[in-house]
Write a protein that binds this ligand. Structure first.
Ligand code: PLP
Length: 426
């Protein structure tokens, strides 16, 4: 491993030489005419191929109870699939609904229901509140932020740390302000930092006093089973913790097979207290006579059991882990020791979080674009796309092939070094 001298320690002459080197490297990069994309966390075609047996399933038209899956009905989802997810999420089948292909849709429906009908513990509908505020740990998932933003919900940020959100900040926000109605949490291998919420922080979230009786934890466990190493994180059981703290309806959990089987044709899951499940289904019954049970049955047949899901995830890991290693290797080679960048080494999930020198993230993204490397816009992981320090970049290495990840990341490292050199020299 090469370790470089910190940029801040270079003499003027050394800095000039460094900038020239980086400019030369960047000119060569641009001349290479690349066309690479590290923007969105999509499974690669090779990963999608792992699930192609789905295309031959289901082999029957009946579920275990003899229900014809081709017909209407069964709003809560197929019992056998609810059982599989209940085991995976450490809850009971009665607390699980299996829906369509998108957990994000379930999150949106949940929020719309709170807005237009109010929740079980709501004194009134959220739409009748003077103000509704959500706590948004940053950096976080851009679509969580745009979803609540689209309804005019105000976003209040707290820092996301390696073991969860800054709890002192969260507890003080919820204690006295009844307009603070919710928090986004991606508890396992969070998007984008890879953080895993500790048991202790989950317990504090479940137990903390809140001014709003209907304060809700949106526990988006999108990456619960998406391990990259043997150090497999186990998600805290937020539903039991909330129930044990006397707040049974406080947490609603979401997950999906978007990054397990087919991103566009998977199945999504909502897990919550039985009362919340009844509340959700009552409103869902106005929108649907039943989910796509044919797709649900083929997922049941494809996985077999909860262990089948875990075994399948090991095959994804074999494809993904080398790409994450390539990201780390490229950044380490070019940037280690220079004091101009820090990045995550996630043990699961879909992203690497790259923090560059303050004020240079937009420049890095622009330089990369100019060289044919697509990066997520700087600031994407912040409410309204605004990173106050302009330093955060989310890298998504899953989709390109391994060689492309290597090439793209060497290029990104050059852009980071050039932007930092420009800034320090200015
Ligand atoms: N939640 C998180 C944290 C995600 O990163 C993503 C996709 O990137 C989703 C949800 C989308 O889930 P789904 O495909 O089930 O709608």
């Amino acid at each position: 491993m090469t370790t470089h001298a910190p940029l801040a320690d270079l003499t003027d002459d050394e800095l000039t030489a460094f900038l020239q080197d980086q400019q030369g490297a960047y000119d060569r990069l641009r001349a290479a005419g690349l066309k690479l994309d590290l923007t969105r966390g999509k499974p690669s075609p090779e990963q999608l191929d792992l699930s192609d047996a789905l295309l031959e399933l289901p082999t029957t038209t009946k579920d275990r109870a003899g229900t014809d899956v081709r017909n209407y009905g069964g709003l809560e989802g197929l019992p056998e699939l609810r059982e599989i997810f209940a085991e995976l999420l450490s809850t009971s089948p009665a607390q699980v609904i299996v829906g369509g292909n998108s957990s994000l849709s379930m999150m949106q429906a949940t929020i719309v229901n709170f807005l237009l009908h109010g929740g079980i513990d709501s004194p009134r509908r959220w739409a009748d509140e003077e103000n509704v505020r959500f706590i948004c740990p940053i950096p976080g998932y851009d679509r969580h932020f745009s979803l609540v933003g689209s309804f005019g919900i105000e976003m209040v940020t707290v820092d996301m740390r390696p073991d969860g959100p800054d709890m002192a900040a969260v507890e003080s926000l919820v204690r006295d302000d009844p307009s603070v109605k919710g928090i986004w949490i991606v508890p396992t291998y969070s998007n984008p930092t890879g953080a895993v919420v500790s048991q202790e922080i989950a317990a504090r979230l479940a137990a903390m006093p809140t001014a709003a009786p209907d304060f809700t934890i949106f526990w988006d466990n999108a990456y619960a089973f998406h391990h990259l190493t043997d150090d497999e994180a186990k998600s805290a059981d937020i539903l039991s913790l909330a129930a044990a703290s006397g707040h049974p309806n406080r947490a609603i959990a979401f997950a999906s097979t978007s990054k397990i089987t087919y991103a566009g044709s998977g199945v999504a899951v909502l897990a919550a207290s039985e009362a919340t499940i009844a509340w959700y289904l009552k409103h869902l019954s106005m929108a649907s006579i039943g989910p796509d049970k044919v797709n649900q049955l083929r997922h049941v047949q494809f996985f077999g059991t909860a262990q089948g899901v875990r075994d399948h995830m090991a095959r994804h890991r074999d494809i993904l882990a080398p790409k994450f290693a390539a990201v780390d290797a490229a950044l380490t080679d070019e940037l280690a020791g220079r004091g101009i960048a820090e990045w995550s080494r996630p043990t699961g999930g879909y992203f690497v979080n790259l923090d560059v020198l303050d004020g240079t993230a937009s420049r890095v993204v622009a330089l990369a674009k100019e060289a044919g490397i697509g990066l997520t816009p700087a600031g994407a992981s912040f409410p309204h796309g605004h990173d106050p320090r302009d330093r955060n970049i989310r890298l998504a290495p899953s989709f390109p092939e391994l060689d492309e990840v290597r090439t793209a990341m060497a290029g990104v490292a050059t852009c980071v070094a050039l932007a930092a050199g420009e800034q320090v020299a200015a």
